[in-house]
Design a protein around this ligand. Structure first.
Ligand SMILES: Cc1cc2nc3c(=O)[nH]c(=O)nc-3n(C[C@H](O)[C@H](O)[C@H](O)COP(=O)(O)OP(=O)(O)OC[C@H]3O[C@@H](n4cnc5c(N)ncnc54)[C@H](O)[C@@H]3O)c2cc1C
Length: 394
């Protein structure tokens, strides 16, 4: 009998395991892959705030980033640059291994190659059943943490609802020819509703990818051909990998003896699809709520509701405004996106944003509201007949 079974050895699961094992609780992490960090589809950009808040080990950082070039559909360029490091590109597999190493160091056990098939919540414990090759494994614990990433069916039977909106990402490792800065490309023909990127890692290598609701693979191939023709990459042959990204949170992220964290709970920035930092923040909050419940031996849904209250207090506004901004962007056509680039450039908005304290890699609601509140932008929206009133709940 463990205190806590964690399902999933990604950043969110391993971070909860690290915190709880560090408090002296008996923790086991069940991971279906044969190795932590295996086969991950992720660009690995995290904000400097994440690096500092979670003391991310310098050994996993491939490069620091203080600038990015944003391209409109017709090729207009907006350059964002600050003196200080804004974000870091990490070796994502190494990051997962590092966090799992912290958890192991505090005594958490890892059982690899173990695919969890079912969770049974009883009055006095949870039973988790996993398969490891032909073998069937049963684990009992006082509570379970579901940190299975996007798209797991494990939450389905628990009455917590579903993630109701998501997008698919496609990404490939390519060799660049001299691109030494993050580039982001916008356009409905290029990445419908979303955006694409070229992110240099350890030169000459880079990650090229995009998010799209449909055919991400074929849009990515088209992008790679275009980047090849522009001389930005040396070959368009690389095989893409794919991953789903939730855009809205799970309606309920706790139940009797259960909490859900990370992508499994939809704790992702809807503006960019980045989920590492928010997942870690929520993992931290989950560990605190579980500790309180374990201490007083009350792991009821009522007791664990503090988890959802706390993470919503921290992220709720960001997720709501970010999701609204995402839906707003999805409705724009390429001409309108170009026009917005124009206005931002000709009204000195970039300079104002770069000086503002609320321009942050991880917190976007301030910038969204600032942009919409700008007279030139709201006037142009009116002229283009684009409704942009903020409303509704994420
Ligand atoms: C193309 C793309 C690019 C991205 N780029 C970025 C980026 O630059 N920055 C950023 O912050 N985020 C990025 N993300 C999102 C980021 O990858 C996720 O937010 C992050 O991995 C979520 O961490 P997690 O621990 O919640 O889940 P995961 O990392 O998905 O970990 C879940 C783990 O659970 C295991 N598992 C699943 N089901 C079971 C089961 N039944 N039994 C046992 N184990 C199970 C999986 O094998 C996996 O190891 C990107 C995503 C995509 C698709």
């Amino acid at each position: 009998m463990y205190d806590v079974v964690v399902i999933g050895g990604g950043p969110a699961g391993s971070y909860v395991a690290y915190r709880l094992a560090g408090m002296g609780y008996g923790v086991v992490v069940l991971e279906r892959k044969g190795r932590v960090g295996e086969q991950i589809c992720c660009t690995g950009i995290i904000g400097q705030e994440c690096v500092s808040s979670f003391a991310i080990d310098a050994s996993v950082i491939l490069r620091q980033v203080n600038s990015a070039s944003l391209f409109s559909p017709s090729g207009r360029l907006l350059k964002l640059k600050r003196k200080e490091t804004q974000a870091c590109i990490v070796d994502r597999a190494a990051l997962d291994v590092a966090i799992a190493g912290l958890a192991r160091g505090k005594g958490a056990e890892y059982v690899l190659n173990s695919q969890v098939n079912s969770i049974e919540v009883r009055d006095d414990k949870v039973r988790v059943e996993a398969s490891r090759w032909e073998e069937r494994l049963n684990f009992e614990a006082r509570a379970v943490v579901i940190a299975t990433g996007f798209g797991s069916s494990l939450v389905d039977g628990l009455g917590l609802g579903r993630v109701s909106d998501f997008v698919t990402g496609a990404q490939a490792e390519v060799e660049t020819s001299g691109v030494d800065e993050v580039e982001v490309y916008f356009g409905q023909e290029l990445a419908p509703g979303f955006f694409a990127w070229l992110v240099p890692t350890s030169l000459p290598m880079a990650r090229v990818g995009l998010l799209s609701r449909r055919n991400p693979g074929s849009y990515l191939r088209r992008l790679m051909s275009s980047l090849l023709a522009q001389g930005k990459i040396v070959s368009a042959e690389a095989e893409p990998s794919y991953g789903g990204i939730p855009l809205k949170p799970l309606p309920r992220t706790y139940g009797d003896r259960v909490v859900v964290v990370g992508d499994a709970a939809g704790q992702v920035k809807p503006t960019t699809g980045g989920g590492i930092y928010y997942g870690l923040l929520c993992a931290d909050i989950a560990a605190n709520s579980l500790q309180q419940g374990l201490e007083i031996n009350d792991l009821s849904a009522k007791s664990l509701a503090t988890y959802q209250r706390e993470w919503r207090r921290k992220l709720g506004r960001e997720l709501r405004i970010g999701y609204w901004a995402r839906k707003f962007y999805e409705r724009l056509n390429d001409k309108q996106i170009d026009r917005i680039f124009d206005i931002i450039e000709s009204n000195g908005i970039v300079e104002t944003l770069l000086e503002a304290d609320d321009l942050s890699f991880d917190w976007h609601s301030g910038v969204v509201l600032r942009l919409l509140g700008h007279r030139a932008i709201s006037k142009a929206m009116g002229a283009m007949k684009i409704p942009f009133r903020l409303g509704g709940r994420a």
